[in-house]
Design a protein around this ligand. Structure first.
Ligand code: PMV
Length: 309
């Protein structure tokens, strides 16, 4: 028997980093990048993993697959299953670029495994396993990635309150552009924490301003629908994230290119220090032109996402 689990990436519109401190974040599923996990039972005594990074026994997988290595036996143990598996991971989600690759791989594996174990593949069954895996991958994640990827819907998220679904009142023409520089969310969250400990007053102020920006963006996209205001708020959020030390020269290069080409606003998305930027454009045509300009400026990949269309 062979089963499959599919999961799409996500991107954070606003609230990355401040969400770790209890402020709200808004995030969306990103269907253009996804992971498919295929499982089958095999003879032998060791699980086998087949992926772009590594092919071999699961127990010998490299450190960056630590969460995957822990998740598979954890699920099997939870359901008292002794099968030996071949796990094939087929991914179009770039790793370490703020698109939630660790939550996506955990979700696709969990879905494939629940199907294999003949359990209902529903969010309430999947989410605890994805959170288990995210704790290993990130240390102390806010949970926004897991909840967005598992629920596959626009999300308003607060750490203590969990998910509220969002219904958009306007279309956001967004270009997601990849700097090509991988970065570790765990390290950038730790860098903000260090800064917070050293300079509590200034960093607390940045975090509450980021929270206020998320609230204002939330209001704009669900009620008034003014793209220019959302763009201004993107720019303000990026300046604050820069202050929190999570930008990078490659991110700044793409932001400058976007603003030089009449973007309504641009900011980093996710952990930062590399990874992706999101650029708010006037319409689809502008987004298509913007994608070409960002590629010419060094983005290794661009995607156009018409959110809310
Ligand atoms: O870099 P990503 O896709 O894992 O996004 C992380 C978002 C942060 O707010 C920086 C961390 C978190 O746990 O919410």
């Amino acid at each position: 028997m062979q089963t499959q689990g599919i999961a799409s990436a996500k991107f954070i519109l606003c609230g990355e980093h401040s969400v770790v401190y209890g402020e709200p974040a808004i995030s969306f599923p990103f269907k253009q990048a996804r992971i498919i996990t295929t499982l089958k039972e095999i003879e032998g005594s060791e699980h086998q993993l087949i992926s772009d990074f590594y092919t071999g026994t699961l127990s010998q997988a490299p450190e960056k697959l630590t969460a995957v290595k822990a998740l598979i036996p954890h699920i099997l143990k939870r359901y008292q299953c002794h099968s030996v598996l071949e796990i094939t991971i087929d991914s179009s989600v770039p790793v370490g670029r703020g698109l939630g690759s660790s939550a996506v791989v955990a979700t696709s594996i969990t879905r494939a495994m629940l199907a294999f174990l003949k359990r209902p593949v529903i969010s309430s069954n999947v989410l605890p396993f994805v959170n288990f895996s995210e704790d290993i991958a990130h240390g102390n994640p806010s949970g926004v990635d897991a909840i967005t990827v598992v629920n596959e819907q626009a999300v308003w998220f607060e750490k203590e309150k969990g998910l509220q679904s969002l219904s958009l009142n306007l279309t956001l023409p967004i270009v997601v552009a990849d700097t090509g520089i991988p970065s570790e969310t765990r390290a950038s969250v730790a860098a903000v924490r260090d800064l917070y400990q050293k300079n509590n007053i200034e960093v607390s102020a940045c975090i509450s301003q980021l929270g206020e920006i998320s609230r204002e963006i939330g209001k704009e996209i669900t009620t008034h629908g003014d793209l220019h205001t959302v763009g201004d708020l993107f720019n303000q959020a990026h300046q604050l994230l820069r202050k929190l030390s999570v930008s990078s020269p490659e991110i700044e290069n793409l932001i400058t290119c976007a603003l030089d080409n009449q973007a309504l606003g641009a900011k980093l998305t996710g952990g930062g220090r590399g990874g992706c930027v999101i650029v708010l454009c006037k319409d689809k045509q502008h987004a298509q032109k913007m994608a070409t300009q960002l590629s010419a400026a060094g983005a290794i990949k661009t995607w156009i996402s018409m959110i809310g269309e």
